[in-house]
Design a protein around this ligand. Structure first.
Ligand SMILES: Nc1ncnc2c1ncn2[C@@H]1O[C@H](COP(=O)(O)OP(=O)(O)O)[C@@H](O)[C@H]1O
Ligand SMILES: [Mg+2]
Length: 421
């Protein structure tokens, strides 16, 4: 198995994931970086065997980049992806090969294998591949063993200040995509405490215990209790449902929610948190605990304005904006706006846009998220690509095995508080 980190623009990452999908038994895309500034951090977190780096991302001072990469992830070998229609051009000395962005899956697979050192170059000495023989076959499998991700879960929060933009649809599908493979690795927490219906959308609403039952036990939450309160949905997704009655929402405090998220994060690889469409102390608590905040917006001016206001607020709160991304969802078949218009209003690029699909409602009604019910649908593919992006955001590594750079700063300092106390 070759662990690969892809660093490129999101649109091409989606294409590359598609190309590599048939080779899931030999290629593990362990992470992606869609901003040049995130490549080093991702490499540090994932410790990939091969970094597929688009040349567009190498405009930074290259010597520094190579040295920095070498210090955070010494075993990683860089495969340069070159733009345009022409064949690959050889990269700088710190890359072990090059491949054109236009290649098909089999060629990409071959280039990755060569870069990883498991295959010799096709035409050693000519063409784009500059793999030097020295590192061939030099994969340290023992070392890779200890790098298996474990530890605290990645925590992903979905939010929209306006209802109906697809926040819950995104949360449920992300969680289901991340749970696929079973083993109860992913959990979905429904923190839309008054009217959350994630349990209904996953057909686990006959499960009686909810987040209110967990909150009632105080802040010391044992695994056995957590296990009993979580329902099990499709793909063995664990679901913490919202209370059955709106008035119970008041029984869950921000501190209570923090304890619940922490306990859940200890017991799973990924935790997805769905939120209500308003801000209060508990939502801010969820933001504070998040590795990634996905603001879901739609092709609708009122939703976009709400997202703009949320972005400004998060910035004012001191949230690390690298952890915040905007997801643009088509809740209707036709729209009057272009993605660029929305990016202009928001003053930032959209991470991914999700197409309208009339099968969303039937999938939610039937309790099977579209990523499981219609995996070939474009919407499902994009949701899966999004899940790949967010899946490893947590501190999921064995901290004792490898020397770590200084820990990342806390998510943010809360400068003022909102809503009720
Ligand atoms: N990509 C989509 N394609 C089609 N319908 C969608 C899509 N996203 C959302 N919807 C519709 O929007 C409704 C509201 O979605 P939901 O996730 O409950 O929004 P929110 O949680 O933001 O209030 C869904 O029931 C569905 O009818
Ligand atoms: Mg919702």
């Amino acid at each position: 198995m070759i662990r690969v980190l892809i660093a490129d623009e999101i649109a091409r990452i989606v294409g590359d994931l598609e190309k590599l999908k048939p080779y899931a038994d030999v290629i593990d895309v362990c992470g992606v970086a869609h901003q040049a500034s995130a490549v080093i951090e991702e490499a540090w977190l994932r410790q990939p065997d091969v970094l597929v780096l688009h040349e567009r991302f190498t405009e930074l001072p290259q010597a520094d980049f190579a040295a920095h990469l070498g210090s955070v992830s010494p075993a990683t070998r860089v495969l340069l992806m070159t733009g345009g229609d022409s064949p690959a051009r050889a990269g700088p000395a710190w890359t072990v090969g090059a491949v054109a962005e236009t290649v098909e899956g089999p060629e990409l697979l071959h280039a990755i294998r060569v870069a990883a050192g498991v295959l010799p170059p096709r035409n050693a000495g000519s063409g784009g591949e500059t793999a030097d023989g020295t590192a061939e076959g030099n994969i340290d499998t023992d070392r890779r063993e200890v790098r298996t991700p474990r530890g605290r879960a990645a925590v992903v929060v979905t939010f929209s200040g306006k209802g109906g933009t697809g926040t819950s649809m995104v949360a449920i599908n992300l969680a289901a995509a991340l749970a696929d493979g079973g083993g109860g690795r992913a959990a979905l927490l429904d923190t839309d405490l008054q009217f959350g219906d994630a349990a209904g959308m996953l057909h686990v609403d006959n499960h009686l215990l909810s987040i209110a039952d967990l909150a009632a036990h105080g802040e010391d939450i044992e695994n056995s209790l957590l296990d009993a309160v979580l329902a099990t949905g499709p793909a063995e997704l664990r679901v913490l449902r919202a209370p059955s009655s709106p008035e119970l929402a008041e029984t869950i405090t921000a501190a209570g929610l923090r304890a619940i998220v922490r306990a859940t994060a200890r017991a799973h690889a990924v935790v997805v948190i769905d939120t209500p469409s308003h801000l209060d102390e508990r939502v801010l608590e969820a933001f504070e605990l998040a590795d990634r905040i996905l603001l879901v917006t739609s092709y609708n001016l009122s939703a976009v304005r709400g997202t703009k206001a949320t972005l400004l607020l998060l910035e004012a709160l001191g949230v690390d904006m690298d952890r915040v991304d905007v997801v643009l969802n088509h809740t209707r078949p036709r729209t009057n706006y272009r993605r660029e218009d929305i990016e202009e209003i928001l003053g930032r690029t959209i991470l991914i846009d999700l197409p309208y699909d009339p099968r969303v409602d039937p999938s939610l009604d039937s309790g099977t998220p579209i990523v499981l019910a219609q995996p070939r649908a474009e919407l499902a593919r994009r949701l899966v690509a999004l899940s790949q992006l967010v899946r490893g955001d947590g501190a999921t590594r064995d901290e004792t095995a490898i020397e770590l750079p200084a820990p990342a700063p806390p998510v943010y300092r809360r400068r003022f508080s909102l809503g009720r106390r």
